[in-house]
Design a protein. Sequence first.
Length: 565
Amino acid sequence: MTETTDNAPEAPRSDFIRDIVTQDLASGKNDSRVHTRFPPEPNGYLHIGHAKSICLNFGIAQEFGGLCNLRFDDTNPSKEEQEYVDSIKQDIRWLGFDWDDREFYASDYFEQLYQWAIELIRKGKAYVCDLTGEEVSKTRGSLTTKGQDSPYRNRSVEENLDLFTRMRAGEFADGSRTLRAKIDMASPNLNMRDPVMYRILRAEHHRTGNDWCIYPTYDWAHGQSDSIERITHSICTLEFENHRPLYDWFVRELGIYAPRQIEFARLNMTYTMLSKRRLLQLVQEKTVSGWDDPRMPTLSGYRRRGYTPESIRSFCRRIGVNKYDSTVDIALLEHCLREDLNRRAPRAMAVLDPIKVIIENYPTGQAEELDAVNNPEDPSAGSRKVPFSGELYIEREDFMENPPKKFFRLSPGREVRLRYAYFITCTGVEKNADGEITAVRCTYDPATRGGDAPDGRKVKATLHWVSAAHAVQAQVRLYDHLFAKPDPSDAPEGGDWKDNLNPDSLKIVQAQLEPSLAKARAGERFQFERLGYFCVDSVDSSDQPIFNRTATLKDTWAKEQKKTQ
């Protein structure tokens, strides 16, 4: 199956960030350049929240004829891996974006950052501190109390230069010293209270190996990396708003190019955990099968589950960007998915919980091929042949021996339509010694081939089915939300967030499928008629296809929207 990733710029949209970019271009600021960047930390896989930032940064660059860099802010080698770098690049390309030759790393700038740190020391704006991390936290103060000066704050420039040089040379133990900016321990902004710029850390870096034993903090490296790359609009989530004065201070003290930082609200979504630290915990504790588990909110998880890049881009367009924290209903994401798959997914018939139907008056040993539409939304998709015989499988829930009043599917004496086939009427059932129904016996009307009665009689139900003689048995994984509560972080009293995990997030069944699905390839998506959208698993489908449920057909978002209209 060929993935469509046509990502041509769409009609102009408006939001407060795009308004800023428009105003800057109109005024000639930055020589009328637009240059953004997407700056992930390679310490985990990207999730749906990152998709919002990817679409925003790359989208703005496309819309305004600018450029967007991919820069890995790789300043913490103890948590970063090449695996994460590779997965991030794969996810961005899958979403439909590319950075051309503009792949950068904060580690590209380690020497420059070190020299700038030396410059701040010489200006008396940075000092080596011997306090432990715990002591630094205790002396920082709080929102209501001032911080306390480090006893090492007034070391001479010469001593600081000597100590910092020796820190780089590896003379001191890990965590024994830091380099801190000398700003204001009484600042109402805690980020300005002499923040740490460098720490001693002997950990092999995935790019620089063991060349360094001191590493810049994110706050020290991030803004200067933007400056080096001459980013015009540094777009961050709201948690960095309080860091902006610090980034501005560094740039101002160094006298270098100053990008414009703009903050927007990060994505929060119901039934979804977007804390990378907690997602890593689920992976490490094997609560899920990995970062690409189809229940995970990672882009690799969505891809494996059967989501399309188009549906995720559509979702990001619809939620837009704003300055206020809010929570998006996951039903909107699922609606965008169904909208896309309804247009592109071929139809097929599958029975997830089969019960046999025996057609008593169908000629013994006979089979025939019937025409079935591949996609009613796409006439060009054509049709396929599905085999029909005297023994079929239908869903167990489509038959009731003693039905309630409003049950319109198959029951004794009732006539229903079989999709693309015939009308059948239930004449009885077969049971085992325990009284459980093992088969449903029916007759069929040969005149109703194709699903319509020549005499014009109507039925109230149409059932999907699979010919028992031709069925392909396959494993189907029925995925649901990973968490049972809309707010997964809302821990129950006396418990923790993992108590909100949904015990029914995965059910595995052995299903009966129409024979055309035996040749389905990894990544191919289908609508199983009346059941939902399914995708061939891209990891475990080796000898035969395994199908993941991507989404059910029930669209709660569309239903709610109709109510409000």
